[in-house]
Design a binder for this molecule. Structure first.
Ligand SMILES: Nc1nc2c(ncn2[C@@H]2O[C@H](COP(=O)(O)OP(=O)(O)OP(=O)(O)O)[C@@H](O)[C@H]2O)c(=O)[nH]1
Ligand SMILES: [Mg+2]
Length: 339
């Protein structure tokens, strides 16, 4: 692949690869200088899974790891966006910059819900310390959770102190998205029957803080009591012994109780910092590397199968029922590994 001529060059990559790496480096540099247009361009590159996305993420990565990520999830219409808006106000008063990503896994368009989010976030529109962006499943070529993670890194390199990720708590994708967060807030509302049942089981496990929003409606105290009971019943796991998720009441619409939510985030952050074993960063990065190894290997094997004709050769034998598909696969893998 590499000719003797290019090997003499300290950077042996082809010219176009060097060029795209330097473009990525330039974009990363502008992002670190808080250039909004560069940030917006980077997010689009990441969402589309463009070829230069990998270079860009590599250039950004050394400048990340400073932002705190707060995930907010819960049933549709529970007031998440309203809460994020109020929380943004509280965090800004604390002198920190905020970025918000509203992730909408269900919507094929950036339509209704997202438009609603924009309207609810209008209050912060003129504030240079607030950046708001929506992401829909349609936009994220390589999966919504990996795209969210990379967008978070761009926002982190941009210098956001706090990054808030809002998503509707319905399915597996949302759970995966929430795994990027350092602190997960699960929002519920009173009067949805049994408040506890409206929260998906998987969400209960990842919650670091519960918020019963719309506490101006009847039944809030009951919901709080139900959640607390649930936590004492299911609190045996290691994590729960170190941090018992608080259950808070808010009226997001008026801002009532929202400062206490931020205080809970701060307390949780301090516990995470103190207790290495609870730190999720290492585990998350480990998983990311493992996943990337699998993806890289699968890609190479697929390329090799196409190139060397091994698949076609074995397939004939499978068609003739001389060998079963699983044994054929074993054969191909052992041949591949020997190479
Ligand atoms: N009464 C009352 N209404 C609220 C409160 N918080 C939010 N709302 C209203 O509830 C409705 C839904 O609020 P959103 O913030 O859009 O809820 P959401 O959870 O982001 O909704 P989706 O993103 O569509 O799932 C809006 O009309 C809000 O004004 C509250 O504390 N009390
Ligand atoms: Mg919303």
């Amino acid at each position: 692949m590499t000719s003797a001529g290019t090997r003499q060059n300290p950077d042996s990559r082809p010219a176009h690869a060097r060029e795209s790496a330097s473009q990525a480096g330039e974009l990363a540099r502008r992002i670190r200088e808080r250039d909004w247009r560069a940030l917006a361009k980077a997010i689009t590159i990441i969402e589309n899974g463009s070829p230069e996305a990998a270079e860009l993420c590599a250039a950004l990565f050394p400048h990340t790891g400073h932002a705190r990520v707060i995930g907010i999830t819960g049933p549709p219409g529970s007031g998440k966006s309203t809460l994020v808006d109020a929380l943004t106000g509280v965090i800004r008063k604390d002198g920190r910059t905020v970025s918000v990503i509203a992730v909408d896994p269900s919507s094929p368009f950036t339509g209704g819900a997202v438009l609603g989010d924009r309207v609810r976030m209008q209050r912060h529109a003129g504030d240079p310390g607030v950046f708001i962006r929506s992401m829909a499943a349609r936009q994220a070529a390589g999966g919504l959770a990996p795209a969210t993670r990379d967008v978070i890194r761009a926002l982190d390199a941009f210098g956001s102190d706090v990054i808030v990720v809002e998503t509707v708590g319905v399915g597996q994708v949302e759970l995966d998205v929430m795994k990027v967060a350092d602190t997960v807030i699960v929002v519920t509302v009173p009067g949805l029957g049994d408040g506890v049942q409206t929260i998906k089981a998987g969400l209960v496990e990842i919650a670091d803080c519960f918020v019963v929003n719309m506490a101006d409606r009847p039944g809030a105290a009951q919901s709080v009591a139900d959640l607390k009971t649930m936590l004492t019943l299911g609190g045996a796991e290691e994590r729960r012994r170190r941090w018992v998720p608080p259950v808070l009441e808010t009226v997001a619409l008026t801002g009532q109780g929202v400062e206490a939510v931020w205080e809970a985030c701060e307390r949780h952050h301090r516990v995470l910092e103190q207790d290495e074993r609870m730190g999720r960063v290492r585990e998350r990065l480990r998983q990311e590397v493992v996943e990337s190894v699998s993806r890289a290997i699968v890609g190479r094997v697929e390329d090799a199968l196409r190139e060397n004709g091994a698949l076609e050769g074995v397939l004939g034998a499978v068609m003739r029922r001389e060998i079963d598909p699983r044994s054929a696969a074993e054969l191909i893998v052992s041949q591949y590994l020997r190479r």
